[in-house]
Unconditional design. Structure first.
Length: 241
């Protein structure tokens, strides 16, 4: 909780916001010292020299980080040239994406489920994969064709097509497309100087048999704080300062 921008500021306010023990001295609260981190929220606090309680008005040791986190899309299920082999089995799910750091609860966006192999009717096209806000699901395969892979981020792969059959051929079932990854948007309070670790889920691989399913696309993360922003399409780290 930030120190009020107006009204009386006391040494107790500093201790509540930044920590420390009695007896309280204002000289304990230089920016970059034992208690006050370096960040946009502490910019008015001097690192040395003259220091007064007025320097602390409106300051905070934490940044409010806004995030959008997307899990990987699921792979598409395969279709078959004959009957429904493998019905009840599924393509690979997409991987989970996470934001983690010391002092916060890990934020997790689950990956999308893989599509069912031969889940559709005989002689039908495969179904398209689920789309996300950042990606387009792969197209379902037409008859006797594989499903398309997802594009962008967090979308599901298309299901493979089936087979129409003929007088001496029973035909084959199509596959279902994979689901889009879960998308989470929210905020988290982070102490300045904290390193956030971003891990992004991989797209699930489409099933490979008969008429293959398409691959899902990987996760994505965007974070912003104090006018700063970072977008991750591969895993990485960022220091909040």
């Amino acid at each position: 909780m930030a120190i009020p921008a107006s009204g009386q500021v006391t040494l107790s306010d500093l201790q509540i916001e930044y920590g420390g023990t009695d007896p309280i001295s204002i000289n304990e609260y230089y920016r970059g010292g034992a208690y006050v981190p370096v960040g946009a929220g502490t910019a008015t606090i001097p690192a040395s020299g003259a220091i007064t309680l007025d320097n602390f008005r409106g300051t905070s040791k934490t940044a409010i980080v806004t995030y959008t986190l997307l899990g990987g899309g699921g792979g598409g299920g395969y279709g078959a040239a004959d009957k429904e082999p493998g019905r009840g089995s599924y393509a690979a799910s997409g991987g989970s994406s996470t934001i983690s750091a010391t002092g916060i609860q890990t934020i997790t966006a689950a990956g999308g489920a893989g599509g069912e192999n031969c889940g559709g009717g005989r002689g039908t096209n495969g179904t398209s994969g689920g789309s996300s806000a950042s990606g387009t699901g792969g197209a379902g395969g037409s008859l006797n064709s594989s499903g398309g892979s997802a594009t962008g981020y967090g979308a599901g792969g298309g299901g493979g097509g089936g087979d129409a059959g003929s007088t001496y051929d029973e035909g084959g079932a199509s596959g279902f497309g994979g689901a889009a990854g879960t998308s989470l948007t929210g905020t988290v309070a982070v102490i300045y100087g904290t390193t956030l670790t971003i891990s992004l889920g991989a797209g699930g691989l489409g099933s490979t048999s008969g008429y293959n399913g398409g691959n899902g696309s990987p996760g994505r993360c965007q974070i912003s704080w104090d006018g700063n922003s970072s977008t991750f399409i591969v895993g990485g780290t960022v220091v909040i300062n």
